[in-house]
Design a protein around this ligand. Sequence first.
Ligand code: EPU
Length: 430
Amino acid sequence: MKGEFYIIGNSGEKTLSGKVVISGAKNDMVNAFAASLLMKGDLFVRNVPDVSDTEAMAALLSSLGGSVKRTATHEYKLNTGACAGSNLRGDIAKSIRASILYAGPLLARFGLVSFPFPGGCVIGKRPIDLFISGFMKMGARVSEKDGIFSIRAPRGGNIRGASIFFKRQSVTATETFMLAAVCADGTTVIKNAACEPEIAHLAEFLNSCGARIKGAGTSMIEIAGTGLLSAGKKIYDILPDRVEAGSFAILGALAARSLTIERCIPAHFEALIEALIEAGVDIKAGENTLVVRNSKRGRPFRAVDVKTHEYPGFATDLQAPMAVFLTQAEGEAIVFETIFEGRLGYVGELIRMGADILPLDQHRIQIKGGTELKGREVESPDLRAGLAYIIAAIVAKGDSVVHNAHYIDRGYERIEERLRAIGVKIERKP
Ligand code: EPU
């Protein structure tokens, strides 16, 4: 699924309509795959998104000796009973940052793990210092040679529970240490933990399999080491993708007469919903659906300032699509990206499309709204900005080509089919 997308813009007309069903979240799928390493028997996973990051996590688990069976569309049976090695294969681990999630349970189970500096979307430096210092707090020894990190449990023993303070909240580090702590000796406390819904969901599932985790979803998590768990017939049901749902809400506001977003959890992207309501978008949120309507009849939306923040704040993953929204709102807005220092890299192409955006510094841009976007040929710099370009291209006048479709395929399943179903004129070219 490489290639590019050809999109015929609708010149800002609100022509789309219908419903879209939200896929399972890539960022919860990665947790389910990593959790399989803590299970004595099979782990059944459902609502798995059919995206290339799922293929990468599956390939990595297979390369460790795990059994990965796709039992039906969006369903997997994972079994790690035959896993022997704990070297994460470099070529795959370098392509996906979440590969580091495997490091925690592998270290706890085999006393050893090695991995290259993990890759993923280039949205900033994305260091791994929190992982290294956390492993050391648990008694592990860390060495690095030729870019490969080796982490070893203390001689003749297991990693041990520790008090781990994160100097900044990190989603993947919180998940990694929660997973490692389940099989460590003693109790681990994670302080200044990240609070994203995927973390609470992972803990809830692990607890249902016998783990003893308290406080997940808050900034202080306590994990009593219990050893390997048993899922039995329990199913890890991947959460709906809150970033995908939020991006469709933005698309709906900009380009739909009426768009119903189904199988989503609006409570997981409330910061975006509040921002859109403040901007004047007509949104009705239910427990599992969201309806965006064009009730404005030609009246423009208002500009709102946006500052990204750890959950429950405004998600950094929705920052680029929101910037596209703001190019169409009346007035000036500041977008302040506080999480990643390289996540405004998409701005240049939006300016080429006609957006009036002034970069202020590495973290902030000023957007003057109410500009007409024009179709252009653009290159997605990463997954989330890639979808933002598709939204911009839909709103624009004229045709666009969005290159680097493979970034978009990392996290959005069959995006062109689902967009076509609500009226978008989009084709994929190999
Ligand atoms: N950080 C450090 N040291 C570390 C780890 C992180 O300084 O050892 C910094 C990062 O550089 C960043 C901040 O901490 O400035 C927060 O990063 P975090 O570790 O939370 O990011 P992540 O776990 O690598 C996850 C999502 C991202 C999402 C961020 C922020 C997954 C698999 N990835 O990344 O999703 O943007 O949290 O919410 O859950 C995406 O899906 O496209 C994506 C990039």
